[in-house]
Design a protein around this ligand. Structure first.
Ligand code: HEM
Length: 149
């Protein structure tokens, strides 16, 4: 069971981080120059929001908490860590909460208004890049955890 939970956790991590890397470096540079850019950004954005923000992120939180259970890491350590491993996990968790909040603002506020004004489109883009950087940081924290740091 613990292996299955970690497997689901890592697959969702691949979907979330890989999806954002693909959009920022592969699809968006092309779509930005295309005549159908607004429609494409809205549709791809809505799809990734449905599967990523409302799908992968809640699953990552649930399987992350289950990982802690299987590894006997106390939940209170997410607020009061007592060693280096718990400190890293706390930073990972807090960065995750930030990613979740930014995703909700990105998807359901600025993203909705992006078609109406270049200013909102710019803010949406910047929030997307900030979220990518934070999510890559989470993977770095996960790598530290692998070695008990
Ligand atoms: C965007 C969100 C997240 C990403 C991309 C992510 C990524 C990962 C990855 C790649 C691993 C495998 C590391 C390894 O075993 O080599 C991992 C393990 C783990 N994750 Fe996450 N994770 C995320 C959110 C969370 C959250 C919210 C929690 C806690 C509530 C969490 C808790 C854990 C734990 C406890 C492990 C096992 C660490 C160990 O092997 O000691 N993760 N995570």
């Amino acid at each position: 069971m613990n292996v299955l939970v970690l497997f689901i956790h890592i697959v969702c991590a691949c979907f979330w981080v890989g999806g954002m890397l693909f959009m920022v470096f592969v699809s968006s540079p092309y779509i930005r120059k295309a005549p159908f850019k607004d429609e494409a950004f809205q549709n791809i954005g809505k799809n990734f929001s449905r599967l990523g923000t409302l799908g992968a992120l809640p699953i990552l939180l649930t399987t992350g908490l289950l990982n802690m259970h299987f590894l006997n890491v106390p939940y209170k350590s997410l607020i009061h860590p007592t060693d280096l491993y718990q400190k890293t996990l706390m930073m990972k968790f807090h960065t995750f909460v930030l990613v979740l909040l930014i995703s909700l603002i990105h998807d359901f506020y600025f993203g909705e208004k992006a078609q109406q004004s270049p200013k909102y489109a710019k803010i949406t883009r910047v929030l997307g890049i900030i979220n990518l950087i934070l999510s890559v940081m989470i993977v770095f924290f996960a790598s530290l955890l692998r070695y008990g740091m």
